[in-house]
Design a protein around this ligand. Structure first.
Ligand SMILES: CC(C)(COP(=O)(O)OP(=O)(O)OC[C@H]1O[C@@H](n2cnc3c(N)ncnc32)[C@H](O)[C@@H]1OP(=O)(O)O)[C@@H](O)C(=O)NCCC(=O)NCCS
Length: 399
């Protein structure tokens, strides 16, 4: 999952009316739980083949799969038991009705920010799964990318999530896949890296009006609008939307760029077509084609993930772009990403979000991104890394 937390402040702050009373019991309990999260027991995760907290720092443990693959005939053939009134359904996402049901479950129950002001509203196009190949150091590993874990609000805290995780694991095993990658805002055993979201205001007035950001101290609205104003016109000659015929060139650029990171997606041309070819309201990809040589030299992309704005009389949707994969070889990274901001502004996005993964740190501050307060932890299932990575060593963005 991505992050749905507003940035803590916009150039230092006036207190928002939505901030909960710091002394409420709920807040105190939540803070206590957060402070305990590393040391608290994980009754479920302690039983799973994942890096365990007790093993942190033990470099004698080998890197690689924690449990070996087993013959498929030894994989449990029947589903895990559910409480009696429930049953498993395999969702046929090609069916409009089923896809709508899943979409609506998520629209009403999926990830919210800490203050329950925003809830992710992934579009239907995102709701399918395809296997991925992820390279860990020198090994390319087939993995399931796990996303959209969601229990209806009325069924929370009943230990349904562990059953769902075990069942999805069983089904993935039956596909002869033994590893998975996933992200979460919560700390579980054990992150391979912990990243931070950064937010670049494109429509500061709306962001402030809906409580996503706050007017900085000694800032007026008009100064804030001026601060975030972007040029109307793109800067880089040859900057254009990616097309189908660009797939081979983009794949080459990406493979070359991603090879330097410790853990990264292993893209082939089919993956690039699936994940990165522009699709309206899903993913936008742009590249720089040299006006002289017609070589594709640079690439940038972002995906569309709106959030429902909860309980605001004037606005219902926050339109957010999330930085995806970016590669600069001839254009400066700063200028490339500035052009990405300009197109996302032209397309009506309110905010452009980016993680501090890959080389993103090099443009964040200069392009006026502010740090968010939520963290995103990355995990591998059944694969141990000897030591954690820095965010800048990670070449993987999960939707
Ligand atoms: C995440 C969610 C499915 C967990 O369900 P729940 O009813 O809160 O929790 P349950 O009682 O069923 O299960 C608790 C176990 O699930 C684990 N768990 C909770 N959130 C998890 C997550 N995001 N990923 C993996 N495991 C998670 C807990 O750590 C706990 O296991 P532990 O005892 O080993 O620590 C539910 O809270 C939800 O739908 N939240 C909104 C959507 C969301 O945040 N999805 C996750 C996106 S990463």
């Amino acid at each position: 999952m991505a992050d749905n937390n507003p940035p803590p402040e916009e150039n230092q702050i006036v207190e928002s009316s939505t901030t909960k009373d710091d002394t409420s019991l709920e807040t105190i309990v939540r803070r206590f739980q957060e402070s305990m999260s590393d040391s608290k027991t994980h009754k479920f995760w302690e039983t799973q083949p994942v890096g365990q907290f007790k093993d942190i720092g033990d470099t004698s443990l080998p890197e690689g799969p924690i449990e070996p693959a087993t013959p498929l005939s030894e994989v449990k053939q029947d589903p895990y038991n559910l409480p009696s009134v429930y049953e498993w359904t395999t969702c046929d996402m090609a069916s409009d009705d089923i896809c709508s049901e899943v979409y609506n479950l998520l629209r009403s129950n999926y990830v919210e920010d800490d203050e329950n002001m925003f809830r992710f509203n992934y579009s239907k196009e995102f709701l399918s799964g395809v296997p991925a190949r992820i390279r860990v150091r020198d090994e390319v590993v087939k993995m399931a990318e796990i996303n959209f874990l969601c229990v209806h609000k009325k069924l929370r805290s009943k230990r349904l999530a562990p059953v769902m995780i075990k069942e999805v694991t069983r089904r993935v095993h039956l596909e002869n896949i033994w590893q998975a990658a996933y992200t979460a805002g919560v700390v579980l055993p054990t992150p391979i890296t912990t990243c931070q979201y950064w937010h670049r205001s494109l429509n500061p007035k709306k962001l402030i009006d809906v409580g996503f950001s706050r007017l900085g101290a000694r800032m007026t609205m008009s100064r804030t609008i001026k601060l975030y104003k972007l040029p109307e016109a793109l800067v880089t000659p040859g900057f254009r939307k990616m097309e189908l015929l660009d797939v081979p060139a983009v794949t080459r650029l990406l493979r070359n760029y991603l090879s330097q990171f410790g853990v990264a997606t292993d893209f082939d041309e089919n993956d690039v077509e699936h994940w990165l070819l522009p699709r309206e309201d899903v993913v936008d990809s742009y590249l720089v084609e040299s006006p002289e040589t017609h070589d594709v030299t640079d690439f940038c992309s972002f995906y569309t993930l709106p959030s429902t704005i909860l309980g605001n009389p004037n606005y219902t949707t926050l339109k957010a772009a999330y930085s995806y994969y970016n590669v600069a070889t001839q254009t400066s990274f700063l200028q490339l990403m500035n052009d990405a901001l300009i197109v996302s502004k032209q397309k009506g996005f309110d905010v452009f979000n980016a993680l501090d993964v890959m080389h993103n740190e090099s443009f964040l501050k200069e392009l006026k991104f502010g740090p968010g307060d939520g963290q995103l932890h990355y995990y591998l299932y059944n694969y141990r890394l000897r030591s954690a990575l820095k965010p800048s060593e990670l070449g993987l963005v999960l939707l």
